[in-house]
Design a protein around this ligand. Structure first.
Ligand SMILES: [Zn+2]
Length: 242
């Protein structure tokens, strides 16, 4: 009798687990569909825009290296995912690198070549992508803008961070910083630190293609929000080139 009760409980437990998994899968699926629809809707603000995406480091410079994960690989994967999402919405994306290379020369010159692509392609914004490393076991994506830079840079960073807070677990806020690429960009510029490699849980997330897509989607939506906010009052319809 007692053994029978245990069996019943085990079956009930398994059934509950199965139900939870089904509900979770359905919820994740529904959420993906919802977010994809949002991105499609945001497409009109991205159409015709030219963006420079700059996955940090590359080649001899791995960036942060934590437990065998190299920042340069991770930010390239996320950058290429973002490029694909933006292009699907009709934007033109210029990558500073689309493989594991750097742009050559001493660091300042190398960074200068990355930013120079903005002028060469008439880009509307510049977005640098990095991953963080710290001794504090910190976590969460965070966007930076140039301190005392152009107001549009701050607006861009706030828009991206706002979407990151909605779609990823981060509770961080956009902050001013002083980085060469942000300081020298002739157009609105932001740097997204996608998360902390030093946090084991976040490192796992950052390596997961599904989470990479979530990060890229948040950035794409933030970019769309920024472009929408830049359209003068009374011209609520459409983005550029319509
Ligand atoms: Zn970096």
């Amino acid at each position: 009798m007692r053994r029978y009760a245990w069996r019943q409980a085990a079956i009930a437990g398994l059934a509950l687990l199965l139900m939870a998994a089904v509900v979770r899968t359905a919820w994740t699926g529904a959420r993906t569909v919802m977010v994809d629809a949002q991105l499609k809707d945001a497409g009109r603000w991205l159409r015709g825009r030219v963006l420079v995406l700059d996955p940090g480091h590359g080649g001899d410079d791995p960036g942060a290296v934590v437990r065998g994960t190299l920042e340069k690989h991770l930010v390239l994967e996320i950058g290429l995912t973002l490029k694909r999402l933006l292009e699907e919405q009709g934007a033109t994306v210029v990558m500073t690198r689309d493989e594991d290379v750097d742009l050559g020369g001493p660091i300042r010159e190398e960074l200068g070549r990355r930013v120079a692509l903005v002028g060469q392609h008439g880009a509307h914004v510049y977005v640098s992508i990095h991953a963080n490393k710290d001794g504090c076991n910190c976590w969460g994506a965070q966007t930076f803008y140039q301190k005392d830079g152009m107001p549009a840079g701050q607006e861009l960073a706030l828009a991206i961070q706002n979407r990151l807070r909605k779609l990823t677990p981060t509770t961080r806020v956009a902050l001013p910083a002083n980085y060469f690429v942000l300081r020298t960009s002739p157009v609105a510029a932001a740097m997204v630190e996608v998360g902390f490699l030093t946090n084991a849980h976040e490192q796992g997330q950052l390596k997961d293609p599904a989470y990479q897509r979530t990060l890229a989607t948040a950035m794409a939506l933030g970019l769309a929000d920024f472009f929408r906010s830049q359209v003068p009052e009374g011209r609520a319809e459409g983005g550029i080139g319509r």
